[in-house]
Ligand binder design. Structure first.
Ligand code: ATP
Ligand code: MG
Length: 437
């Protein structure tokens, strides 16, 4: 088949309209369903944009075409040429009366998993066969929406003067002082896979004011939860001449923009997934206020951290709001977060978390940009300043106060769509057990 010619002729299913009624068109896609009534054959064809019924008549349709319609396996890739006809009975109000029906790739039968709209196949098996799982409209809807979110993030950031950073993923030492890194051999040296672009985005922001990235991170945590991956992506942001309140405001603005773009562009997908979505408002609470609130609600807290239940509770108390929890205890934040004395002498920090729909989506804060203070904070966290020499030195030459955050790409998709497992929000997940596909 001449595929250049096919691409020129082909109509996307969703674009078929009144204007095409009575005309001959070429569509392609996958055979989703067949109903054989003997004298009539109904075949449902899907492309990424939509679906349409192809109707064959035993006494009118070309004999060969009618035969192929009846014997092609589900999910086979097909090209169909035929007349568009308005029809009250066909789903979507139009059907195609086929003139030719060509099978480009026949799917084996049986399929290794049920890909119908009502499929109950469990997630691990679906991911084993992700290429086929991606034939499902609901699965496609998730990744179409994630695509909108990614584009909207970039749009907002570029329009507000940000520079996109493309950062290295191989690093020589830990950026956060944690131990949860994947080691790798780098010629004669030992290296690691990056767990964040923290230091790099700071350096860019300290020269170019606003830096952003969509960055892949690797965390060798042995947990196996519904909200963690070992390889995940982050929306990263860093801004100079800013404290935590400036960047919380930026976070609220970008998330609001991202959600409003989804509402504008993905109405069909949201309906399909039965997701009710509103552009979120914001709520600001200090960590101490949250502690008080949770005491009242009889919900436990973590050590210098929110517990999972506390996050969930905040989601219930403040629905459709981004809840910023700030003035975080210093002991609960990494060394690079700026300390800040509390009113009663407590050791607080300029760090924050953002909770949305009952889950942490973001951590961030103002960074320590003063070399002496950074050395002190490293030591307080049991780390050696000499291991961080080049990082510390990068703040000796006109580094302004700055702040930023990191927001999980998959985590945000998960919370926005109310998915029960983060693996639904990543095409090819990497977790404790999974390294393929
Ligand atoms: P959590 O407390 O939920 O484990 P964290 O505080 O360890 O997350 P951060 O280092 O603050 O994570 O990362 C910033 C954001 O990246 C998080 O708010 C979350 O949205 C996302 N994120 C962090 N770790 C993971 C992970 N293992 N898998 C998926 N997303 C993650
Ligand atoms: Mg965090």
């Amino acid at each position: 088949m001449d595929l250049m010619k096919l691409q020129k002729e082909r109509k996307r299913i969703s674009e078929l309209s009144e204007k095409d009624d009575g005309k001959s068109v070429t569509i392609y896609g996958w055979l989703y369903d067949l109903r054989d009534l003997g004298k009539l054959r109904f075949v449902l064809i899907r492309d990424v944009s939509g679906e349409i019924q192809v109707t064959g008549f035993k006494d009118k349709t070309d004999k060969k075409v009618y035969e192929v319609m009846g014997k092609t396996n589900r999910e086979s890739a097909v090209v169909i040429k035929g007349k568009v006809k308005k029809s009250d009975k066909a789903p979507g109000g139009r059907e195609i009366i086929p003139e030719s029906f060509e099978v480009l790739a026949e799917a084996d039968d049986p399929l290794p998993l049920d890909v119908s709209d009502f499929s109950k196949t469990e997630l691990p098996k679906r991911i084993d066969y992700r290429f086929l799982d991606l034939h499902r409209r609901k699965v496609q809807a998730i990744f179409k929406i994630q695509g909108t979110l990614l584009q909207a993030f970039r749009e907002y950031m570029i329009d507000s003067g940000g520079t996109e950073g493309v950062f290295p993923s191989i690093i020589s030492s830990s950026s956060e002082g944690g131990t949860e890194l994947y080691p790798l051999k780098y010629f004669e040296k030992n290296a690691f896979l990056s767990q964040s672009c923290q230091l790099y985005k700071q350096m860019v922001a300290c020269s170019m004011e606003k830096a952003f990235a969509v960055f892949t991170v690797w965390r060798a945590e042995k947990h196996n939860t519904v909200r963690h991956l070992n390889e995940s992506r982050q929306y990263d942001f860093e801004m100079a001449f800013a404290d935590e309140f400036v960047v919380m405001d930026e976070l609220a603005k970008v998330v609001r923009y991202m959600v409003s773009e989804v509402l504008k562009k993905n109405e069909e997908e949201l309906n399909l997934l039965e997701v009710k979505l509103k552009v979120p408002k914001t709520k600001y609470l200090t960590f101490a206020e949250v502690e008080k609130l949770m005491k009242k609600e009889k919900v436990g807290m973590g050590k210098h951290d929110l517990s999972g239940e506390a996050e969930k509770k905040l989601g219930e108390l403040f629905p459709d709001m981004i809840v910023f929890v700030h003035d975080w205890p210093l002991a609960g934040k990494p060394f690079y977060i700026m300390p800040k004395p509390g009113k009663k002498g407590e050791e607080l920090s300029a760090g924050f978390d953002a909770i949305y729909r009952g889950m942490e989506i973001t951590s961030g804060g103002q960074r320590v940009h003063i070399p002496e203070l950074l050395e002190e904070r490293l030591k307080a966290n049991g780390l050696k300043p000499k291991d961080f020499k080049s990082y510390i030195d990068s703040f000796r030459y006109g580094a302004p106060p700055h702040a930023g955050w990191g927001m999980g790409v998959e985590r945000l998709t998960m919370t926005i769509l109310g998915l029960q497992n983060i693996r639904e929000a990543v095409l090819f997940p990497r977790d404790r057990e999974r390294l393929t596909p």
